[in-house]
Design a protein around this ligand. Structure first.
Ligand code: KG4
Ligand code: ZN
Length: 347
């Protein structure tokens, strides 16, 4: 396979990204640039991502991100072989901004345009970073998603199970809001949990009694709310140590659920694919060190290789979109000006 240099764009949530990635060989790639303009401060006062504000910020930042990504990669559009863009799922205004920008670039240059599923971007990241070969088991855990997938190709995924309500990232974000911590909640809860005792509160481990790989996180959030309200009623407020303890208890419950369900998913996966088993994680929640640690233990107990991409490549970025777009292009996939942004797009 010949080398392929891909420009990728990402704008499906609250990060505006542009990146240049070079694919060589059958798996793996080098990231020539990976520009991410976060919008956290624009949404901070609202306690969550405001779609309209996000869309406007993407529109005003995409061109700058593309220019920065090309410059940092030491190239220009003349050195690019294909343009990949997140075409969904996500906040539709932002996805539209990215798709329009990519269409403009493709029209102006005549380069092939490839629409990428954001989730496929996360799911292929372990190939980009570690050259993992197909098939592998993937745990995708982000703000909007939580599922076990068997990755067989850039456009071929089988689902083993997933959350039946909230995604863990969403639960972390809501937990942070309940406890007066900043958004995005995941990193804030993880930081606070460092000073807490996970055994100080007994929070539930939902669905562990049920067979299979499905998960649930909304009851956990309700239990956290109840524990918080009891504390406030008893002592008139929340002390710093209470917040730390609640965060530690919450995180340890998420860890236990993910660990047990991953154990089952790996067992199921290994029946189907007994040789060279591998577990990969991706999505924003995979940036959590406690969660990574338990998943690593589960993998090694099962004799499976464990692959967790570097933190910056677990959260939203355009390098994963460029890489996934490159794999799709090599497998013969190409879009045209009819490429349509999709708010929902299951893998
Ligand atoms: O993949 P991502 O960047 O966006 C999508 O949802 O697609 O994931 C963002 C989510 C947020 O909910 C955020 O709170 C969570 O990932 N997250 C974390 C951590 N860092 C980010 N959750 C737990 N621990 C973290 N360190
Ligand atoms: Zn994401």
């Amino acid at each position: 396979t010949r080398d392929l240099t891909v420009l990728g764009l990402e704008s499906s949530c609250d990060d505006t990204g542009a990146a240049v990635v070079r694919l060589s060989g059958d798996t793996g790639g080098s990231i020539l640039s990976n520009v991410v303009y976060g919008q956290a401060e624009l949404h901070r006062d609202f306690g969550g991502v405001v779609p309209e504000i996000a869309a406007r910020a993407h529109t005003s930042k995409l061109d700058l991100a593309v220019r920065a990504a090309l410059t940092e990669a030491g190239t220009s559009l003349a050195g690019i072989d294909a343009i990949a863009v997140t075409a969904g799922p996500g906040l539709i205004g932002g996805v539209m901004a990215g798709v329009m920008c990519a269409k403009g670039l493709a029209a102006a240059t005549g380069l092939p345009l490839i629409g990428v599923n954001h989730l496929a971007g996360h799911a292929l990241t372990p190939r980009l970073t570690d050259g993992l070969t197909y098939p592998y088991l993937m745990l995708l855990v982000s703000g909007g998603h939580c599922q076990f997938l068997i990755a067989r190709g850039p456009d071929s995924f089988a689902r083993l199970g997933g959350t039946i309500d909230d995604a863990p990232g969403e639960a972390f974000d809501k937990a942070a809001r309940l406890l007066g911590l900043p958004q995005p909640g995941g990193p804030a809860v993880e930081r606070a949990a460092l000073d807490g005792d996970p055994k100080s509160f007994r929070l539930p481990r939902p669905l562990l009694d049920r067979s299979g790989c499905d998960m649930s996180f909304s009851g956990l959030k309700t239990a956290l709310l109840r524990a918080r309200n009891t504390l406030i009623a008893d002592q008139g407020g929340l002390f710093r140590q209470d917040v730390a303890d609640l965060c530690a208890a919450f995180q340890s419950s998420v860890c236990d659920v993910l660990a047990e369900k991953t154990r089952r998913a790996l067992a199921e996966y290994m029946v189907l694919n007994p040789t060279q088993p591998a577990l990969a994680v991706a999505g924003g929640v995979a940036a959590n060190n406690a969660i990574r640690a338990v998943l690593e233990t589960v993998s090694s107990d099962a004799g499976a290789q464990f692959c967790a991409p570097p933190l910056a490549l677990c959260t939203d970025n355009a390098a994963m979109i460029a890489y996934a777009g490159g794999e799709l292009f090599r497998s013969g996939h190409i879009d045209d000006m009819t490429l349509t942004p999709r708010p929902r797009w299951p893998l």
